[in-house]
Ligand binder design. Sequence first.
Ligand code: A3P
Length: 290
Amino acid sequence: HFSMAPQGKYILYKGLLVPRETHSAESLKYAEEFKTRDDDVFAVTYPKSGTTWMQEILPLVLSGGDLSSVQSQPNWDRVPWLEETRAALVLDGRPAPRAMVTHLPLPLMPASFFKAKPKVIYVTRNPKDVVVSSFHFHQMASFLDDPGTFDEFLDKFLAGEVLFGKWTDHVKSWRSPEVQDRILYITYEEMLEDLRGAVLKFSHFLGKELSEETLTHIAEQCSFSSMKQNTMSNYSLVPKEFMDTSKSHFLRKGVAGDWKNYFSPEQETRFLAVYREEMKGVDFKSSWDE
Ligand code: A3P
């Protein structure tokens, strides 16, 4: 009942490219028919914008700082992707509140999502840094297409011929008034600048009061350096044939502004022309488009 066509390493799902290694007809059907509950919590991201980070932060906030899940469960089971193959296995039996992540644009969310009132945290990252992070991810992950040169990959990104489509479409879809009453917007850059402050925001939004001490403890656990050492979060459990860490690490640099090391002035101009055109009239203030 939905269009699904194989495209090399990807599946074309309702016009969106998704990796075949992590998605299947069954998993996409599961997402489509998912029964959202009011107390579910979603972290929504365009790929490479801080998904793994949210998979570390959410369980800690929701459990009041209990480290057991981040120390014993890999991130993909701890806070699964709604649309990926592990979701059905781990979400169905899980007690409330269930935390999950998704890369789906708003129109592809399950019908139940619009009827229930789950809370949503939408993380946006400077799209120039997203392209750079994604470029490296495509080089190290064998289940993704070879990105070609950075210039070629940039063109694909701008055309939306990449996983989960165009960055601008994704961001715009989640600005819909339909979800304004239940969504918290945050940027990757704000989280980098003040992680403890971001955790405090999440705790207020999720109705979880945390002590000063717990806030500090969570922010420490979720720093780039601690996550890089956490085998349950750094993707070191994934065999080298799928993720080749001699090419790049999943937790690669964890900084803002790395795009400056990759974009030529001409590429920046090309990027901004598309970006400004597609974001015209959108009520979206970004720190990176000044
Ligand atoms: P880089 O490739 O720029 O280093 P996602 O999880 O959505 O795929 O995003 C991955 C990006 O988030 C990577 O960016 C990764 O390093 C970064 N990231 C993950 N955890 C982070 C943290 N605690 N602090 C800063 N960046 C983090």
